[in-house]
Design a protein. Structure first.
Length: 293
């Protein structure tokens, strides 16, 4: 039965996770909450939270545009409320969460049973890659492959903590992509395959002692580091932080510091001392993906 009011709750995410370029991601406890209601009257879009002063409050908003396209209508009777807790333009999966949330809301409004496989496929087509999308749908840690998009979930290790450092610099994703070379040395490709395999094993088994080796990358982080001084500074001072590893969050400029769960507050404190201009979050991986009600 078609619904007249739906609520959708979607996590943000960090992708790549060092060597897992365009295939690995981890859900973060920053969430996008949507309420969509059918009622008499024109389309309205209300925005709250992060981006309240910058996100468009009309049909051009990514949530609204995706929803209306999926419904194939103008939305003359829709009221859309967007409460965003995901840092914008920071490599924390805000666009993937918006797309997933909008598609889920559209399915519920049409009375469809939500299907995770379908959501990953459709959202990946819009987003252009499946990694962040998979984490927003499934939560936890995800492994995603494209053509066709397929996603698998790994339960986050109980002992794993994360510090998300939202840098005050901003780097457009197109510029981060442009920093990468058009070819890859075979030795570098082999290196990343080896370390991605080790990373997946470490995450599945909870072997945090392997993460310091497994998080090594040769495909994208060094090429982008010059654009992202916060990442460069924190990576160089990883030992001082007490971190297991330091990786870019997606295409940056935010940084993901990996640590033991019982050390997360201390690591966050030291990260803020090193980069006081950044917003620092001590978190755990978000085990819960898409929620609807």
């Amino acid at each position: 039965m078609a619904a007249t009011r739906v609520n959708v709750d979607v996590p943000g995410s960090s992708a790549n996770l060092g060597p897992g370029y365009d295939c690995l991601a981890i859900a973060l406890p920053f969430r996008l909450r949507l309420t969509v209601e059918r009622r008499p009257g024109p389309l309205t879009v209300d925005v709250f939270g992060d981006g309240v002063d910058t996100l468009p409050a009309d049909a051009t908003n990514l949530v609204a545009a995706t929803l209306l396209t999926e419904l194939d209508e103008r939305g003359d009777d829709l009221a859309i409320s967007i409460d965003n807790g995901i840092p914008l333009g920071a490599g924390c999966g805000s666009s993937a969460a918006a797309i997933v949330g909008a598609l889920a809301a559209a399915d519920l409004l049409r009375g469809r049973v939500l299907n995770a496989t379908s959501l990953v496929l459709r959202a990946s087509t819009i987003e252009g890659h499946p990694d962040n999308v998979a984490a927003s749908v499934l939560g936890g840690i995800t492994l995603a492959a494209g053509d066709p998009p397929i996603a698998r979930r790994i339960e986050p290790p109980a002992a794993l903590g994360l510090v998300v450092v939202v840098a005050d610099e901003r780097v457009a994703t197109r510029d981060a992509r442009a920093a990468l070379g058009s070819t890859v040395e075979r030795s570098d490709a082999v290196w990343n395959i080896q370390h991605t395999a080790l990373l997946i094993h470490a995450l599945q088994t909870g072997s945090l002692e392997d993460l310091s080796v497994a998080l090594s990358d040769r495909l994208h982080q060094d090429a982008r580091a010059g654009l992202m001084p916060t990442f460069m500074e924190l990576r160089q001072r990883s030992a001082e932080l007490g971190a297991i590893g330091v990786t870019l969050s997606g295409a940056g400029p935010s940084v993901l510091i990996w640590c033991a769960a019982d050390a997360v507050d201390g690591v966050a404190f030291r990260a803020h001392e090193i980069v006081p201009s950044a917003v620092v979050h001590a978190v755990r991986p978000e085990a819960t993906g898409l929620i609807t009600r």
